[in-house]
Design a protein around this ligand. Sequence first.
Ligand code: BG6
Length: 475
Amino acid sequence: MNKNEFLWGGSIAAHQCEGAWNQDGKGVAIMDLVTQGTYETPREICQTIEPGKYYPSHDGIDFYHRYKEDIALFAEMGFKALRISIDWSRIYPKGDEQEPNQLGIQFYQNVVSELLKNNIEPIVTLYHFEMPVHLVREYGSWTNPKVIDFYLNYCQTMFEALKGKVRYWVTFNEMNHIDPQTEASDIFTYIIAGLKYTEMENKKQTLATISYNMTLASVKAVKLARTIDPTNQVGCVFGLTPAYPLNCDPQNVMNSLKETDREFYQIDAMCMGKFPEYKLKEYQAQGIDLTVSKADQLAFKEGKLDFIGLNYYSSSVAHYEGDDNNEETLFGGVQNPYLEQSKWGWAIDPTGLRYLLNYVYRRYGLPIIITENGLGALDQLEEDGSIQDDYRIEYVQKHLDQMEKAIVEDYVECFGYLMWGPIDLVSATTGEMKKRYGFIYVDKNDDQTGTLERKKKKSFDWYQEIIQNNPTFKA
Ligand code: BG6
């Protein structure tokens, strides 16, 4: 593989595509208990699998059995990289076992081999909303530091099992969403830690503890990865949303700074060699009890990231006085009147990508890879079987234009673009299939009908050409 090659490709996640939820020894993971919702109706988070309810992760798009066919299609598009996630509950079904499940390991070894055979660089996320339920029930999830050890044990198993084959690792996906924006944010705390926000006792303390333990787990995993193979490159992925000021009223500018920055403390902790003082003081002022031990201090020092993964979909406007009637966005802030929104209310803002690439690069000086970006849309299957998804082409093209500006004009070191959901898969926030992101259509509907057949959309050929014509992005 050419080291100067720009990593063009896509990102998928186990619980949204694999299916086979109870096969080959897999345990129950948190998303296996979440039903299908819609834009209007939130997904229901159940205690157990209830008959008559539909849990989309159980079938996904059957990537578990069709991964060869899907990887062949990614290769046909010219992918240089594919970001996958490992479902922890396939490797340690309950999370606290002594021995891993060999069939689970074998599956990921097979997927990685298939990628390498197709000259596709595997980028492996170790935690993308896939925690064994047992760890939540028996140990209280990430509130309990024992879970850090279980996580590290699982990481070690995978670092060793895929040693020499996987060069890029991601410790966590979007742990920054642990701090919910609204009271209605059960799904966010749940996907990150398997716990509902509304049911948490002592909410602030619980969230701070979870966030701290996950951040600590990440830095420890970085060190572990390097100990096992010094050539490992380890990053963490964050889902970031800039909150613009409404105008130049200094108060609005200040709100913008605060709201945009709100979720950066974890990145600070992972890049700057220590858990940030300003956050500790904020916790102290709020009566939150959190101590950074000497051992933790060392862990922060020794586990700095090699790169940052950026998931970017949307921007918002920071709260301002009198915004009460404005629609709140999913990720905080209110809607921006200058921007159009997707059918799911996500503001479309390509410039926001350039803004964030600059913001993150100037703050940390670390290489960045865009690990997710894409448009969830309603696709129409034409009578001739084609899917004319010009809106998706337009969305991705505009974002690529801004990425190019960031790289070529602003000198941001960005080494790849991974489009989210290059093949249609289950939506994380709504559980729908009809919120489609892919360049590849999957014949599966929300009423569970469909043959699971894969079809190329118009955007498939378009992305193939983009990759062919732009092997590198050098300033
Ligand atoms: C990201 C997640 O936040 O957004 C993905 O990492 C998710 O798992 C993606 O699928 C898009 O969100 P949604 O709800 O449209 O699937």
